[in-house]
Write a protein that binds this ligand. Structure first.
Ligand code: PGA
Length: 263
């Protein structure tokens, strides 16, 4: 039986003082739930504050991205050893936003190169994380255009294959995969429950091929994209959905606590 997991992705929100207020109002609610793992992924600069505030409670700490080299002339980047030293045990990789699939910025597309993330750099990041004992939360998912072209399954298969092939399955024993349809992120358009379950089930069967059946049965597959208190229970009760990666709703302590309660 897989334990449910709810991870809050704060994205570029929450200064340290803001985090203090948010965590104070949800720590007690979270501490009561001993049958669900809860993780917070604050921005890098807020990590030390969240670490301090969650020391005495079972909230896990995660980062939102990592660079794959351990150190060196990589301006603006944060390495896996740095995350480890800051107390992070999880790290999101391959989020559609670090893959540059925002679709929301009012800046001409040709003037941007975003963060330059590809399936191959996601692969490298996973290697750096597991080498330091940090559990990757690997995000996969299709855009609206890809869904309309019936490419959902192919896109996700490629993302998983490139990210995971070549890593020792033993090192992936705490991997988390999040199915995050890009069109559902931050839009309020949650994926239909049956379809989310179908894709999460497909992800598990691809994992079987990539890491073996025994491990694939153990790994947690989350759904992410407009999860909130009102839809979490139905999503999380599906056999292949082991919890959620929650963006907007994780910024409101009451709403986040209700999502955790649903798990
Ligand atoms: P959302 O974001 O819950 O705000 O849709 C989810 C995510 O991007 O991880």
């Amino acid at each position: 039986m897989r334990r449910k997991l709810v991870a809050g992705n704060w994205k570029m929100n929450m200064t340290a003082p803001e985090a203090e207020a948010a965590i104070e109002s949800c720590v007690d609610l979270v501490s009561l739930k001993d049958n669900v793992d809860v993780i917070l992924c604050p921005p890098f600069l807020t990590i030390p504050k969240v670490r301090e505030l969650t020391k005495a409670c079972p909230i896990g700490l995660g980062a939102q991205d990592v660079f794959w080299m351990p150190k060196g002339a990589f301006t603006g980047q944060i390495s896996a050893p740095m995350l480890l030293a800051s107390g992070c045990s999880y790290c999101i990789v391959g989020h559609s936003e670090t893959r540059g699939r925002f679709g929301k910025l009012e800046v001409p597309a040709e003037t941007l190169c975003y963060f330059g993330e590809t399936d191959h750099t996601v692969h490298l990041k996973i290697g750096a994380l597991v080498a330091h004992g940090i559990h990757p939360i690997l995000c996969v998912g299709e855009t609206q255009v890809e869904r309309d072209a019936q490419m959902t399954d192919a896109v996700i298969t490629t993302q998983l294959e490139i990210a995971l092939t070549g890593h020792d399955p033993e090192e992936l024993d705490e991997l988390v995969v999040a199915y995050e349809p890009v069109w559902a992120i931050g839009t309020g358009n949650v994926c239909d429950t049956a379809e989310a379950e179908r894709v999460c089930g497909m992800i598990r069967s691809i994992l079987e091929d990539l890491v073996g059946q025994e491990l694939a049965e153990k790994l947690r597959v989350l759904y992410g994209g407009s999860v909130k208190a009102s839809n979490a229970k139905e999503l999380f009760s599906q056999p292949n959905i082991d919890g959620g990666l929650v963006g907007g709703a994780s910024l409101d302590p009451k709403e986040f606590a209700a999502v955790i309660a649903a798990a």
